[in-house]
Write a protein that binds this ligand. Structure first.
Ligand code: UDP
Length: 462
């Protein structure tokens, strides 16, 4: 506990996640990992939207949960006004967080150091609050390293007048971001309509300012070159500590939806590697025609499937039962299909019956499938999902991209390629190799293990 001859003082941690499932999960995992190190006097989770925080208190007794807003003011959903919603959330949370931190600092024991704040950069107001109160802060980015790298490179090449930026389908390689093509960048046509607001958001989110470090739920074996390139761009330490759910296997998810565990009983009855698990994450949505094409593609593939249709997956379906589907589809698939509103995904992916994952390729889903060696059919929607798809299909070669719009024939074909044909078997083999590499990353002395220890030392000393 000695640093430069001084006795280290205990330190409290404050975690500030963003109110989206794919952002809450890794933040809770990181908090659990840091708690397991046993060197922080308390860990507070300052949150906006969570389901019944009282339940979380019992499943995570080592966290103090502190709501910042009433639940009506705090939810975030996808859609064209996402940037506006995010900016409102950022303005509304600033005063409550500042008040909370002032109270925490006032109540510090004499022997305690100032608290350290770990925040999701989508909650960029946290940075200003921490800076204002002169508290150390650390950014935790829940997407891949390559995504952040692209945010550095893109504005630069845009300034140089690169025209493919306006062609969202351009297959030209992005200078400095090989193997990404312009098509893979997280810049959507809808964003171009509101480019100024988007660039302002990028600047706010990107702003590392006086942050002491950046954390990623990633691994050397997945993104070594992007990590090295990003480290050249940023002057502060970057820690790739993943897969976090493997480092914190006991971290119970804080699910914004109720998990339906009956699907595990259904999986128990299926043959090894026979089931395609289908989930498009917590935000992406499809229209009624697309859901019908998905349904008939799955039905016609003749493979068993486990399909998550969460409330809101089909645009405009929030108020009706999301498991509505035509009777002739239900009769065709019978017991071969299991449909739930929300699944215990990590457990599903680790089940021996699951041989493939049709995913929107959010970063958590990507890391979760890679760490159990399940190959992927990629159908990205927005944000970093296209980047993850490029890496899955082109760099790690553990999946295929469903390129066109949803058409049942394409869906059926992709499922057969992955689940039945040799091509899929080869991907499964590569996925198994990659799984071993991710397991190695968390072994004593390996990259994620060392990064975690370095991070803990940094937090203790900032
Ligand atoms: N998830 C889950 N059950 C489901 C679907 C998703 O537990 O039925 C979890 C999944 O394990 C992952 C998160 O929700 O941790 C989704 O995060 P991701 O980054 O993949 O996508 P996002 O939802 O942010 O688009």
């Amino acid at each position: 506990m000695e640093i430069q001859g001084l006795r280290r003082r205990p330190r409290r941690l404050m975690l500030v996640p963003c109110a989206m499932q794919g952002h809450i999960n890794p933040m809770i995992q990181l908090g659990t990992i840091l708690h397991s190190k046993g060197c922080f006097s308390s860990i507070t989770v300052a949150h906006t939207q969570l389901n019944s925080p009282s339940d979380h208190t019992s499943s995570h007794p080592y966290f103090i949960f502190q709501p910042l807003l009433s639940s009506d003011d705090s939810s975030l959903s996808s859609g064209t006004d996402f940037i506006d919603q995010l900016s409102n959330l950022n303005s509304n949370c600033e005063a409550p967080l500042q008040e909370l931190l002032i109270q925490i600092v006032k109540n510090l024991e004499q022997h305690e150091d100032l608290p350290c704040v770990i925040y999701d950069p989508l909650m960029y107001y946290v940075k200003s609050v921490a800076d204002h109160l002169k508290l150390p802060s650390i950014m935790f980015r829940t997407s891949c390293v390559t995504n952040m790298l692209s945010w550095y490179v893109c504005p630069r090449i845009k300034k140089q007048g690169y025209t493919p930026f306006r062609d969202f389908k351009s297959l030209e390689l992005v200078p400095g971001l090989d193997p990404l093509r312009f098509k893979d960048l997280p810049i959507l046509p809808s964003i171009f309509e509101n480019l100024d607001a988007y660039l302002q958001l990028v600047t706010s989110v990107q702003n590392i300012g006086t942050s002491s470090a950046i954390i990623f739920n990633s691994m050397d074996c997945l993104e070594q070159s992007s990590l090295a390139r990003l480290q050249q761009e940023c002057q502060i330490p970057i820690f790739a500590i993943g897969p976090m759910h493997k480092l914190a296997p006991e971290a119970t998810s804080i699910s914004l939806h109720e998990e339906d565990r009956s699907c595990i009983t259904w999986l128990d009855k299926q043959a090894t590697n026979s089931v395609i698990y289908v989930s498009l994450g917590s935000i992406a949505s499809v229209n009624e025609k697309e859901i019908a094409e998905m349904a008939w593609g799955l039905a016609n593939s003749n493979q068993p499937f486990l399909w998550v249709i969460r409330p809101g997956l089909v645009c405009g379906s929030e108020s009706k039962d999301p498991l509505f589907l035509p009777d002739d589809f239900k009769q065709t698939v019978g017991e071969r299909g299991c449909i739930v509103k929300w699944a215990p995904q990590k457990q599903v992916l680790a089940h021996k019956a699951v041989g493939g994952f049709w995913s929107h390729c959010g970063w958590n889903s990507t890391v979760e499938s890679i760490s159990v060696g399940v190959p992927v059919i990629c159908k990205p929607f927005f944000g970093d999902q296209q980047i993850n798809t490029r890496y899955i299909s082109h760099v790690w070669r553990v999946g295929i991209e469903l390129e066109n719009d949803f058409e049942r024939e394409d869906v059926e074909r992709a499922i057969r390629r992955l689940m039945v044909e040799n091509e899929g078997e080869e991907m499964r083999q590569r996925a198994a190799d990659l799984k071993l590499k991710t397991e190695f990353c968390i072994q004593k002395g390996s990259s994620s293990y060392n990064s975690l220890n370095d991070l803990v030392e940094l937090i203790k000393s900032v």
